[in-house]
Structure formats: C-alpha cells, structure tokens
Design a protein around this ligand. Structure first.
Ligand code: SF4
Ligand code: SF4
Length: 351
C-alpha cells in the first residue's frame, strides 16, 4: 500500500478512536517540531500535546517556516487542559526550557492558542522566562488570516458551536450511557438488548446534541427530567404494544428514562458553550479553575482606562467597557466561568 494511503487510513482510525473515546487523553511526545526552513526570526507557536490538536495545528503550520512547541498537558486538548489546570504557566515554562528554543531564535515571542488564556498567566511567563505571550485566534483555521491581518495583536474572538461540532460531542458523550446502561442490560436481558441499548444511547446523544441549542429548559436536570419522562413513557408504551411481559415493560421504561437523564445532564459539560454551567457535574468533576457558577467582578479603581484585554480575551464576548472606560460583566448568562479574564487582567482587577 502506498505510504500516503497508509498514513491517511492511520490518521482516519486515530481520529475515529479519539472521537469515540473523547473523554480520554491521547498524548503525543511534548517538545519542539519544526516546519519548513525556520530562521532566527521565525514565529514560535505553542499547543497542547493532544494528538488530534497537534495534527490539526501541524496541517496549518506546514505552510509556514516556523517552530511549534508542544507543551506537556497530559494529552488533553487546549481548552480543557487550560481551564482544568493542565496547560498553564508551568507547562509553557517547561516547553520553553526543555526545547532549547532560546538558542534557535532572536526574538522572545510565543503565539499561544486563545483558549489557553484561562490557564496561562502571561505576566508570570514573562517574569519567569523573559518570553512574551500573544494569543492567536480560537480556531486554528483562522490562524493564516490572523497572522496576515492582526499579528501580534490580541483581537476579540468568540467560540462558536456549529452543528458539526455538536455532533462530534454527541458521539463522544454517547460512550458513558452506552457503557453504563448497555453492559448491565446485556448481562440481565442478553447481548441483543445490551447492543440495542448501546446503539440507542449513541442515537439519543447525537440527536440531543443537534437540538441542544433549542432546548427550552436550563441545562442539567431541568432538561433531563422531562426528557426522561417522555422517553420512558414512549418506550414503556411501545414495549406494551409489542406484547412484552410486565418485567420487560418496566425494564425498557426505566432504562430508556435513565438514558434520557444521563444524556441530558452529561452533554452540557461537553459543550464549549456551556462548560461548567451544569452545577451537579461541575461539582463532581470540576472542569475549570474557577468554582462552578463563578462570575467575575471588576474592581473599578484598579481597572486601567484604555485597557480592554478582558473584553477581547473573553471567549463568549461577555465583558464590555462601560462609558467610564471600566470593564464590566455585561452578560452574566453568557459567562462560562472560564477564568480567562481573571488570569489575563494585567493588574489583577478581576476576582
Ligand atoms: S483586563 Fe483588567 S485592567 Fe484591563 S479592562 Fe479588564 S479589568 Fe480593566
Ligand atoms: S467573563 Fe466569564 S466567560 Fe468571559 S473570560 Fe471571564 S470568566 Fe470567561
């Protein structure tokens, strides 16, 4: 088989595995990679050592003469790692010092992914290493335009959550209900029932991901309970119509209702736009450095006139400047409690 086809198949299989087992880390070796023929003025980019991310970033950087530092983030993607405390100042410092990048370039400027802002304190990186951090765009596909038009300025950018992303999340999120409900179902009712439950878990998870932005209730139990009641009632009625015995009716009603609750309470914690809004999950599995429900408060006397770093760095566009040029959280509903504004304020005016 030609090498190009073989690497295409390998890449496809890796992507599929990383999609299905999305909640597991997929690390690659941290360190330095070079693209093209970099010289002493070439840009230095930094990313997380999550295999999927490194492949996406490498595809774009292959068009430039540059360096890429892969930081040791435990094989976790940029946003989850930075918000969860695995892609912070220590990891950037380690990437700089272990790579020897100091000896390869004359400048001291790193381009970091925007979604590393919750974890990486740029003041502290500069203090410890002498390197200046600039944040690029949120999406790697926007990097060429940013380099051409804005580099090295910080420009406002917000996360979007198009249907394709939600479907990917839905596939990843389907694993837990498939395992938690499919395995016991298989043991109790036989392998066909187990497979049916696992398959239904994926179908429901993807469908839920598609309609999620239009769900009327708040994420979590307010969405999960009505969904569970509807699904449980429908599956119980279908089982009854199919002449299943009483035990079977109870089994299908309870199992499908449980599936509805699991999918509804788990999915928001996977969503880039609702991360850590789901209080129960965020309590059990803290996804951000900030406590669940954290909302930033600006200390106005400390806030610098003319500064708008927190406004630009917010991935939801939830901060703005008031008429008196002081920053404020104008959209508390939109705030993800991601901590980026707190981390990046140059005078620690946000808490
Ligand atoms: S980053 Fe800090 S100083 Fe700058 S506008 Fe926001 S609160 Fe004010
Ligand atoms: S306002 Fe909320 S979402 Fe925006 S950067 Fe601050 S903590 Fe994150």
């Amino acid at each position: 088989m030609p090498a190009a086809s073989s690497s295409l198949i390998t890449g496809g299989l890796r992507s599929a595995a990383q999609l299905i087992f999305r909640s597991f880390p997929f690390p690659v070796e941290p360190g330095l990679r070079t693209f093209g023929n970099p010289d002493r003025n070439s840009p230095v980019f930094v990313t997380a050592n999550f295999d999927h991310t490194v492949r996406l970033v490498s595809r774009v950087l292959a068009n430039y003469d540059c360096y890429l530092l892969i930081a040791p983030t435990g094989g976790v993607n940029v946003w989850c790692a930075s918000a969860g405390g695995h892609f912070g100042t220590d990891e950037v410092e380690a990437a700089i010092k272990l790579s020897g990048i100091d000896k390869l370039v004359d400048h001291h400027r790193l381009v970091l992914p925007r979604l590393a802002a919750p974890g990486v304190n740029v003041k502290e990186v500069r203090h410890r290493t002498g390197w200046r951090v600039v944040f690029g765009p949120i999406e790697i596909d926007d990097l060429p335009q940013w380099l051409e038009q804005s580099f090295p300025r910080l420009v406002a950018d917000v996360v979007s959550f198009p249907w394709r992303r939600r479907v990917e999340m839905g596939v990843g999120a389907g694993l837990w209900p498939a395992v938690i409900l499919g395995v016991p179902a298989g043991l109790i009712m036989g392998w066909r029932a187990g497979l049916a439950i696992a398959g239904l878990s994926y179908v429901l998870s993807v469908l839920f991901a598609l309609v999620y932005p239009r769900m009327p209730a708040q994420p979590g139990l307010p969405q999960g309970i009505p969904l569970a009641v509807m699904l449980g009632a429908a599956s119980g009625a279908l089982a009854r119509l199919a002449d299943v015995n009483l035990w079977g009716v109870i089994f299908w009603t309870v199992t499908i209702a449980a599936m509805g609750v699991l999918v509804a309470i788990d999915f928001p914690s996977w969503s880039p736009t609702d991360v850590c809004k789901q209080q129960l999950l965020c309590f059990l599995y803290p996804a951000t450095l900030a406590p669940a429900g954290f909302l930033p408060v600006v200390d106005e006397p400390k806030c610098i006139d003319g500064c708008d770093i927190c406004v630009k760095v917010c991935p939801k566009g939830a901060m703005s400047l008031k008429d008196n040029h002081k920053a404020t959280l104008f959209d508390p509903q939109g705030c993800l409690s991601c901590y980026a504004c707190v981390q990046q304020c140059p005078v620690d005016a946000i808490s």
